[in-house]
Design a protein around this ligand. Sequence first.
Ligand code: SAM
Length: 289
Amino acid sequence: MSYKIICGSCTEKLKSKKLKGIDLTFLDPPFNQGKEYAEHDDNLPDEIYWQWMQEICSSIYALTSNGGAIYFMQREKNTEYVLNCLRTSGWNLQNLIVWKKKSSAVPCSNKFGKHYQIIAFATKGKKSRVFNRLRINPSLPAGYKLERENGLYVTDVWDDIRELTSGYFAGDEALRNLNGERFHKQQAPISLLLRIILSSTKIGDTVLDPFAGTGTTLVVAEQLGRKSLGIELDPMNVECIENRLTDFRNDDNIQRYFKDYIHTENLSEIWDTDEIISTNKNKVLSLFR
Ligand SMILES: C[S@@+](CC[C@H](N)C(=O)[O-])C[C@H]1O[C@@H](n2cnc3c(N)ncnc32)[C@H](O)[C@@H]1O
């Protein structure tokens, strides 16, 4: 077991002197859009919210190893605030990643429909300590006839990762309560964390998720042989993470994505297939029994 889950507020926990040597952080905080959270007020005045985000980015910076990375996910309309938070807390922007959604755009009456979320990728210092150039082989666009022999490098537009939206498209990967409703509406897909962790870490590195939610980051890190630390405010979510990590579900198994990355030159160095974790197809997380 190479993960640790802390129940409590990351605002305080990240100040602990005991934490250090973080190589990668996935930062997926509540977006302050009035969503319902059991333990968190998602309707803060904008100024307070962005001051808080800046404080979080600074605390993470202090704990991160030189060249370590942060991936800060947010709504596209908040891009300028995200970049400002990162810059003023010392981070160097490497890419502004556009995560283009697979489901239809959110319609807007007086502007273009919204079809993506942003993920700002930044490092401590100008140079990444680790950056693995992943190659993928997405389906050929209509009209293209020649297969690619070696796939292509991942760019800053990610349009091959399906989000776990509500309804039909959420599929079996989305955790559900007994009544079929999603357990956590913001559960990130394992394929997103797979891309982030593979890109910016080596086997044995340490990954932090200060707003761990259902623990997607820890679930993927564990399978890739990375150490991980998750902090989560809501005890129900903490119980969910513990269950998800001890009773691995087939739908959390990253092996189904291995073939997508086979053209990556150093894949055998960064994805240790001996780490395969046995999963149980019919397992129901004990939390939901
Ligand atoms: C957007 S969700 C993260 C979802 C996560 N990426 C996943 O895949 O499940 C944000 C999470 O932050 C938690 N949270 C809110 N305030 C927090 C705080 N101060 N410290 C730690 N966690 C907090 C919420 O309970 C929620 O589960």
